[in-house]
Design a binder for this molecule. Structure first.
Ligand code: NAD
Length: 488
């Protein structure tokens, strides 16, 4: 079996229904971000490992594509049951390898299960369209077919939800799958594969190859990979998008973010503070839908003072402890990068009104960084433009909603944006003019659910069809048109 506990066993790949050691001897440590205790080692697999997995997936595809859709869906139903049965164990594994709070991890498992729920509707989803009489005695029908072998490449911040955005729907549609999980959170992926086999999936339908760049490039180059689903940081998303497209593959690449929250003067301030805090500092700011820039409209000093006060009261610690909201970032190197952004913010003239560096000394074992807030940030500053992906918040000041919307327009990213207001006119203007794909009205994390597309814009997404919902279905299927003449 590929899941390890507190030992230094190297994780195995999962190929053709078997746990297989990688051909590569190179490994990376997988520590617990809250303690830096070694959990396991992950192999840095080679292109040879990728070839084995793609060959298995390709062979499995020849049979799997012909399995009747309701039978495929029944495996998804069973998978749903098994994931639900193991909900708490899966959440604990997420806390262990990713560091987020148990409550967040529990919610993540639920979000993943909902993707399986959606994919279980494959018989309805996969239905085509027909029109009798497109011309005299001629009818037209559209059928949906799978693409072949799909490659999935996933990030560290949602080790359960993001893989489940991909493989359940792809496989329910009749494709087979090779997953390359994040090398920083690889443990859960093996458990997901194990439960999928237990649900009755045939060998080779889902394969897992651990590793880093070589595995990614192996998937991008492989002639038998028909499509690539990618989620990760912006430079890698762009690279994957361009490279996979150049190889003639269908590709969807979900990328980085800088999500703005506009606080209007009429908003319920207590609720706005609460939503901003949990959106910014939950999961240590490592959510693609995290708030990282707040636009304070008008001279709203009470909001800023309340935000700072509540940030001071946040409970920081190991995600397994009760009441903890702010957990560690994924690696020490990642914290170093966040620290360099704090320096940069100060150099560029922003006011550091809450310095989270002080909490680093109180919790020396893990990769902790306390809540950090800069005020009077301008859109030109580096901390306003870049995705920091850590508990570092920028407050920008605006005189009115138009100025706030202009800040959002100026951002290269367009994953999400939120407004806090009770004014219908502001809501409508925000909805019509905010230049981002997932909007929240008094909602801190406006992430969409499995039956809607996860709909980032601008540099937050490269491709055409997003993950989830009908976009996901269209991404993982191709259409065949039949035109029939019925002459008397
Ligand atoms: P990452 O880009 O470092 O890694 C993502 C995947 O790409 C991993 O599997 C990794 O092994 C691989 N990879 C990394 N560098 C590579 C390279 N040079 N060549 C080939 N492959 C490479 O991202 P991460 O740090 O794991 O995840 C956080 C990022 O993901 C953030 O930017 C976040 O906004 C983004 N994200 C976006 C969404 C979304 O829906 N838009 C969702 C979750 C995360």
């Amino acid at each position: 079996m590929g899941v390890t506990k507190n030992d230094t066993v190297v994780l195995k790949n999962f190929i053709n229904g078997e746990w297989v050691a990688s051909n590569s001897r190179q490994t990376l440590d997988v520590p617990n971000p809250a303690t830096n205790e070694l959990l396991t080692k992950v192999p840095v697999s080679s292109k040879e490992d990728v070839n084995l997995a793609v060959t298995a997936a390709r062979e499995a595809f020849n049979k799997w594509k012909n399995v009747p859709v309701p039978k495929r869906a029944r495996i998804l139903f069973k998978y749903h049951y098994l994931l639900t049965e193991n909900h708490e164990e899966l959440a604990r594994l997420i806390v262990q390898e990713n560091g987020k709070a148990y409550k967040e991890a529990y919610g993540e498992v639920q979000r993943g299960i909902e993707c399986v729920e959606f994919a279980s509707g494959a018989p309805t989803l996969m239905m085509g369209e027909t029109l009798s009489g497109i011309a005299e005695d001629i009818d037209s029908e559209m059928f949906r077919y799978p693409l072949g072998v799909v490659g999935g490449i996933t990030p560290f911040n949602f080790p359960m939800m993001v893989p489940l955005w991909m493989f359940p729907l792809a496989i329910a549609c009749g494709n087979t799958f090779v997953l390359k999980p994040s090398e920083r959170t690889p443990i859960l992926a093996n458990r997901l594969a194990e439960l999928f086999m237990e649900a009755g999936a045939p060998k080779g339908v889902l394969n897992v190859v651990h590793g880093a760049h070589d595995v990614v490039n192996g998937l991008l180059e492989h002639k038998d990979i028909a499509a690539i689903s990618f989620v990760g940081s912006q430079p890698v998303a762009k690279y994957v998008y361009e490279r996979a497209a150049a190889e003639g593959k269908r590709v969807q690449a979900l990328s980085g973010a800088k999500n703005h929250h506009i606080v209007m003067p009429d908003a319920d301030m207590d609720k706005a503070v609460q939503h901003v805090l949990s959106s910014t500092f939950g999961s240590a700011g490592q959510r693609c839908m995290a708030c990282s820039a707040v636009v304070v409209v008008g001279d709203n000093e009470p909001f800023v003072a309340a935000l700072k006060k509540k940030a001071d009261e946040l409970i920081i610690g190991n995600g397994m402890e009760d009441e903890v909201l702010l957990t560690p970032v994924i690696r020490k190197e990642h914290r170093e990068k966040a620290l360099s952004y704090i320096e940069k913010g100060m150099q560029e003239g922003a006011d550091l009104i809450r310095d989270g560096r002080r909490e680093m000394e109180e919790l020396p074992e893990g990769n902790f960084l306390g809540p950090t807030i800069f005020d009077h940030v301008t859109p030109e500053m580096t901390i306003a433009k870049d995705e920091i992906f850590a508990p570092v918040l920028s407050l920008l000041r605006a005189n009115n909603l138009e100025e706030g919307l202009e800040f959002i327009r100026k951002s290269r990213y367009g994953n999400g944006a939120t407004i806090y207001t009770n004014d219908a006119k502001s809501v409508r203007q925000f909805r019509e003019e905010a230049d981002a794909g997932m909007l929240g009205i008094n909602v801190g994390v406006p992430a969409t659910m499995a039956f809607f597309p996860f709909s980032g814009w601008k540099d937050s997404f490269y491709g055409d069809l997003h993950v989830n919902g009908k976009d996901g279905l269209n991404f993982y299927t191709r259409k065949k048109m039949i035109t029939s003449r019925f002459e008397a």
